[in-house]
Design a binder for this molecule. Structure first.
Ligand code: NAD
Length: 354
């Protein structure tokens, strides 16, 4: 396994390998950039096939956080942690506390929160060892589960995207295919159904599909066919890598906008989507509602209007990205990356000057 030559290394500032014998902790904390402020991003608990796979995940996710935080207009850098569970190893309070001590040793350079496989209760264990943690259920400025706010950002982005691409102002009768009915997917379906959208859904958990059928009158399709639904909007809200060389030719939606991180299986596939006339809203822009909620907790802000203002800013950004893409002939992804690089470069110049 290589680190500095790793394909996903991309000039990370700091990568920490944290180990604790008694609890069985093996974790990687990756800080990609602190140009805009101390790094913030979730902690994922997962059983990886190899250490290399865990490192790749940490590197890709932390770089993604740099982009997400920058695009969201937050003064936070990009970081992420993964805790590697061995086959059969269970997540325990001791493990989470050991992870908390590893975060504490970074002295505030990285603030952690929930990601896949982690609950607010786990974060409470982390909090017993470090104050550099957010997404807590209780305590001063606690912001709780970020998923509903993520879903609001995705919903609003779909509305903005539909308006910019088709000129339609409302979502009544719009057909949306939602992949993944977890925390974000379900909250997104709630908002879409309330707006009168028609839903087709898929999840690997049959009970979640039954619930969606009962709650929204949704049509249920197989998880490996949802991307091919003949619909207006495809909203990936499950795992990354869903937009691939295999799936893109089968898409029938005009717009893709969803919560899943790293939806493009390869960075350059945005051009393949564009060539098919499909507008892809960059995931790191669209799914930033949750980190905005976490950022309020980090900053100690209790006023809900602060997060609402950030969400409004997100829609201004989506509009600007789509308009710049239209006039420049670039993809929305390329425009969003350009905007992030402009912000990072300006911050770099400021920090050199100050
Ligand atoms: P979750 O674990 O609550 O839900 C994921 C759902 O996807 C589950 O119901 C699972 O059964 C389903 N699923 C897994 N594989 C599937 C497949 N192949 N086909 C269909 N369904 C499948 O996760 P979540 O918090 O809802 O997050 C969803 C995605 O959004 C993740 O990629 C996450 O990284 C990303 N995201 C979440 C947040 C947040 O605030 N929770 C913020 C930003 C990004």
């Amino acid at each position: 396994m290589t680190v500095f030559q790793h394909l996903d290394f991309d000039a990370h500032e700091t990568v920490v390998f944290a180990h604790d014998e008694p609890s069985g902790l093996n974790a990687i904390i990756a800080i990609h950039s602190s140009a805009l402020g101390p790094a913030a991003g979730g902690c994922r608990v997962w059983t990886y096939p190899t250490e290399g796979a865990a490192l790749a995940d940490a590197l890709r996710l932390s770089r993604g956080m740099t982009f997400k935080n920058a695009a969201a207009g937050l003064d936070l850098g990009g970081g992420k942690a993964v805790i590697m569970l061995a086959e059969g190893q269970k997540k325990t309070p001791e493990l989470m506390r050991a992870f908390g001590r590893a975060v504490e040793r970074l002295n505030g350079a990285y603030t952690t929160a929930e990601d896949v496989g982690v609950t607010p209760a786990d974060m409470a264990e982390v909090r017993s060892q470090t104050r550099h943690v957010a997404g807590l259920a209780t305590g001063a400025h606690a912001s709780g589960d970020p998923s509903p706010v993520t879903a609001t950002g995705v919903f609003q982005s779909i509305r903005t995207g539909v308006r910019e691409v088709t000129g339609r102002e409302d979502l009544a009768g719009l057909h949306v295919a939602v992949q993944g009915l977890g925390h974000v997917g379900t909250a997104l379906c709630d908002r879409l159904a309330a707006a009168g959208a028609q839903l087709t859904v898929a999840d690997i958990a049959p009970a979640r599909c039954d619930e969606a059928r009962a709650r929204y009158g949704a049509t249920v399709v197989a998880p490996d066919r949802i991307h091919a639904t003949d619909c207006d909007v495809f909203a990936p809200c499950a795992l990354g890598g869903v937009l691939s060389e295999d799936t893109i030719p089968e898409l029938r939606a005009r717009l893709v906008a969803g919560a899943a991180n790293n939806q493009l299986a390869r960075d350059d596939l945005d051009t393949v989507l564009a060539a098919r006339g499909i507008t892809y809203l960059p995931d790191f822009v669209v799914n930033a509602g949750g980190i905005m909620n976490v950022a309020a907790e980090i900053a100690g802000v209790d006023d809900p209007n602060w997060v609402k203002g950030k969400l409004d800013g997100l829609q201004e950004r989506v509009t600007e990205i789509l308009r710049r893409a239209k006039t420049s002939g670039k993809t929305p992804q390329a425009v969003a990356v350009e905007m992030v690089r402009e912000r990072l470069a300006a911050a770099g110049e400021r920090s050199v000057a100050s």
